[in-house]
Design a protein around this ligand. Sequence first.
Ligand code: PA5
Length: 415
Amino acid sequence: MVKVDISGALGFVSESEINSLDTRKPLETLKTLYENGWMELPATFSAELSGQIKSLSDNIKKQSEVLIVLGIGGSYLGARAAIEYIKSPNYNMLKKNTPDIYFAGNNASGEYLEQIFELIGDRNFSVNVISKSGSTIETAIALRFFKAHLLERYGENGLKDRIYVTSDIGSPLIKMAQESGFSYLEMPPEVGGRYSFLTVVGLLPCAVAGIDIDEIMAGAKEEYENGLEAACLYAKTRQALYKKGKNIEMLASFEPAFRFMGEWWKQLFGESEGKEGIGIFPSYADYSADLHSMGQLIQEGERNLQETFVSFNEPRQNPKVPGGDIHSDKISAIAGFDMHKINMSASEAVKKAHIDGGVPVLELGLPVLSAKSFGALVYFFMRSCAISALISGVNPFGQPGVEAYKKNLFAILGL
Ligand code: PA5
C-alpha cells in the first residue's frame, strides 16, 4: 500500500485549501468515461489470463536467449520500468536463466537498431511487438527490420513462431498476426495505452523476465481495494499546489532502480493532464545523482516547483560502510553505518533543504522494491492521475496533441 505524507507541503498550502477540492464529482465522471477499463483490472484478473501469459512467456524463454520488445509510450515504458524496479537497472548484465530484454521501436534511429542487432549477435531471439493502435510508425518500421532478420535467420516457420503480437482487438496488427499465423494477445479496447501496464501489454515482458505477475496484480488489487483515500489526497494536494503557481512536479527517488518508473510516470501524468492550455509539467530526478546537476536550480531557481519523493522502508540489500583508517577525512566516522540509514539521511537532508528553499515536498512511502509494491504504485498513480486531471477540468484519456507531429511526419515522408 502506498502511504501519502503531505506534511512537507503544508507550509505552502493549507489543509482547507486542499480539502476544498472535491473529488466526488471527478470520481462520478470517471465511471462514465470510455477508456476507464483499467479501473477494474485488478479485480477481474483471472487465473486463466495469468496462465495464458505464463504459457506464452514459457515458449519465449524456451526458444530464445533474447526478447525484443517493440513499442513506444504506454506500450513499453511500464514493462521497462517494472524490469528495472523489480529486477535491476542492470537486468541484462545479471547472471540469470531468463532472456535478455531489449526495447526498440520507440525511436526512429537506424544506429539504435543496428546496435541492437549487434547485441543480439548469433543468439536466438523472439519479438513481442506491442501497439494498441497497431499503426504507430516508429514501432511499425522497427517491426519490419526485425521481421526481415527473423526471416533471414529462421525462414517462414521460424518467423511465425517467434513473433508475438499485443494489440487492440481488430487492429491492423492483430489482422496481420491472424493472417501470418503469429501468436497474439488482445488488449481490452477500453484501456488506454498509458493505463495498460496491468494488461498483457506489461505482463508478458515481465513474465519473460521471471517476474511474478500474480504478485504485481496482488499489489494492484490491494491498492484498488484500500487506496482510494490516499490517491485522492495526492491528487488534491498536487492540484492545490498547482493553483499556488507550483506548475512543475519533480518526482524523485533515492533508488536508481526507480528511474524508469519516473519515465512511465512522466508519460502517464503528462499525456493525461497536459491539454487545453493547462497541466502540471511532470519531471523526474534521480537522487543523489541529480542533486549534482539539477540541485542548484531546485534549491534556488524559479519557485514554481513541487516535489514528490518516493521512498522504501526496507532495503533489499543493506551493506555497511567499510571501516579501517585508510582515509583521514571525517567520513571515516560513519564506518559501520548501513547504507539504508545513509540513504534515508540523504532524503531527510534534501527534504529539509528544499522546503527551506521554497519547494513543497510530498512523500509516497512503500515497504520495499518488489513486484507487489510495483503493482500497488502503478494502480495508485493511474487512479490519482485520472482524479487529478478531472479536478483540473480535463479528460485524462485521449492524447489529441500527439497527433500533430505524426501528421507532419506522414506528410514529410509522403505517406
Ligand atoms: O497513452 C497512449 O495511448 C499513447 O501514449 C500510446 O501509449 C503511444 O502513443 C503508443 O501508441 P500505440 O500503443 O498505439 O503504438
